[in-house]
Design a protein around this ligand. Sequence first.
Ligand code: AMP
Length: 572
Amino acid sequence: MKFKELAELFQQLEKTSSNLKMIDLICDFLKKTTPEEAKLTAYLLQGKIAPDYKGLELGLAEKLVIKAIALAFQQDVGKVEKLFKELGDLGDVAKSLAKEKPSSLEIQDVFNDLKKIALTQGKGSQEKKLEILAIILKKSSPLEAKYIVRSVLGTLRLGASDMTFLYALSKVLFGSKEGKKKLEEVFNILSDLGEVAYLALKKGKKALEKVEPILGVPIRMMLAQRVKDIKEIKENIENEIFVEVKYDGERIQAHLDGNEIILFSRRHENITNQFPDIIEDLKKNIKVKNAILEGEVVAVDKDGKLLPFQVLMQRRRKYDIHEYVKKIPVKYFLFDLLYLNGENLLYKPLKERKQKLESIIKKTEKIEIAKYSVCSPTNEDEIEREFLNALKEGGEGVMIKDSNSVYESGVRAWRWLKFKKDYKEELVDTFDVVVIGGIYGTGKRSKTYGSLLVALYDPEKNKYFSFTKVGAGFTDEELENLPKKLKKYEIKEKSKLVESQIEPDVWFEPKVVMEIKGADLTISPVHTVLREKIKKGGIALRFPRFVRWRDDKSPEQATTVQEVFQIYKKNL
Ligand code: AMP
């Protein structure tokens, strides 16, 4: 299929902010593609060329793209820069310079070239990237050029999420949105939208039943619901429970295949290089053919005492890793086993997965099983004791897990519950919110933001709803760094994924997640969380304070409007 048709789809998607309309547009498009083209479409729609876990990113610098546009359309760089100033978007600049011509580019051609651009590295790579881009732009029509430029810059922002695509795929395959659940299950295991599209369209519905974990491919992680009171546990779980320490670190999924080990973060980044110490211990002490394990890595001091998450974040670096291995030692607390010696354990009950996990782990200086005890969900005293023990251990609370539950990949299920110390403090709750806007500061804060407008995510609508403005809780250093940290997410207009009545001075793409605390939930005439449901206004947070950045979370992993509604109802 011609890339021109895909560019036309992009244009239509850009014009709508209705998720339902987007689903229909993508559905109609997928009906015309081959399975191979559907796979490429899945990536290109989000400006990607591979699933996230492969870490292949485009993101070319504006300067380089300006040069490529100049070369492709035989203009001098000064003229392109001038046009850029006028139009404010390099995609529009390319569009204005390209000539209408019969389409010659196939989707596959464009995809191959974009991939080549991403893969070109090392000495002289900038020149090569520039050349490849210029050649493809030369062959493009105006519309094609616009979207190719936005793709390489990483500014495509069509607003079609993974879920939008899965709904569309379901309509193609099942004739309705009913099949989305099944497709999502498959996506949760393969973490690759393109692969799901290919499998579904090439092999049909039956193939979806047989999907197994693949070593080296991250499985989307199971998440927990929060409870504010120990009494709520028995309302949700009938079976025996594991009450486990909730460590304040980073979740890591380890894939062991013979001597090869890969570590994935919650966002599916390959973080193997950051933890040579963990890799060494895993190699020495786990003797299996292959396995997929999960646990939490936590920073510790020289006596083995657990340290907060912020300390661990210093290990997130490209350089000086070995120095930091010594400076910031860590421990890996394992709590789940998803795959062992060729056997898929996702659908086995947790108690069986835990038994198997314990049979393959030998405790070392760096690796141990997460501490837990087995309780009845009705034994509130015992759960409370375990909670206090967990705090003494250095945990931030407990995870309560149904011993009979299967591993519900990618789902925030009521089979895992989290109960944190913050929830116990009266009227205090923590939320992971997404930064959507900045309001300039005055006086002492004149060089930075006075406050940030933040939002909650609604996975059903694929939108971010404004929730509160956060100005308190930042250290002076954090405040000073705000403009630098947020600069690359600045956009000229409100993202179409954002619902806000407040007009901040600067809009941001909804990408950055931070944890905040607040006093209580209230109804606000200006905020937009669940405004349609509540009518009088939206749910908002009063007296918010910044707690920490959550760079380990993607915006879709932020607190949802549905979660906040549950808390709001209980507090009424
Ligand atoms: P939250 O980040 O507050 O949504 O809590 C869920 C996170 O807690 C998981 O993604 C893990 O990173 C972390 N965690 C810490 N200890 C455990 C545990 N024992 N079991 C499961 N998750 C844990």
